[in-house]
Ligand binder design. Sequence first.
Ligand code: PGA
Length: 252
Amino acid sequence: MRKPFVAGNWKMNTDSHSSVALAEGVVSSSEKLAGHKVDVAVIPPFVYLQPVSKALSSSRVALGSQDIYFEQKGAFTGEVSAAMLKDVGCTYALCGHSERRHVIGETDELINKKVAAAIAGGLLPILCVGELIEQRKADQTAEVVMRQLKAGLEGLSDEKLPAVTIAYEPVWAIGTGLTATPEQAQEVHALIRALLADMYSTKLAEETCIQYGGSVKPGNAAELMAQSDVDGFLVGGASLKVDDFVAIIQAA
Ligand code: PGA
């Protein structure tokens, strides 16, 4: 049985006060309702990781980073290592979010190094994959997602796969208010699981958590979650409001 996992990616939002208030709000409302049935994480901007970490301490809400660098230390101005993220209390690290792929220009090769570095540093990577609208229209969704998944997991052994969560986020659904239909999401999630079974084993594929992301809201979370291969959510905009985020956790 896969345990549902809901993570809130705050992106470049909040400030020193509102990040802590949001974290405290998530802790107090989510603990009451979800008990031990859903894994929950919040993913604030780097500069607020430490105060948010403090606000989460002694709660079951985990902390994640929006990115990670693959080198351990040294002259890499502006970058943040796995050890630094562990040091401030992170459990998870997003790798290859679509905004990093398409706005910042990260390649599959770089993302693969980040996944490996996260695991080597004791973090759990959330590998994001997903097609652009042009690619969906040109019927290239399967090809793109399979390429990103294979490249992102390149060289990763069977022993390490359980550390990884996959997030399927169709780029055209992120922050746009457009959501993949439950059928569209299920189709790609099933494809991802089949590819994992091919690359690893049916058992490992069955155990891997595959989140959906892209305009998830309280109003669409339950029908997406009802799909057999949707195991939770990576939530952007709706994770900035405690009530919305908690309603999504409840749906999961
Ligand atoms: P959204 O973002 O929920 O605002 O569409 C999702 C994401 O980018 O992780």
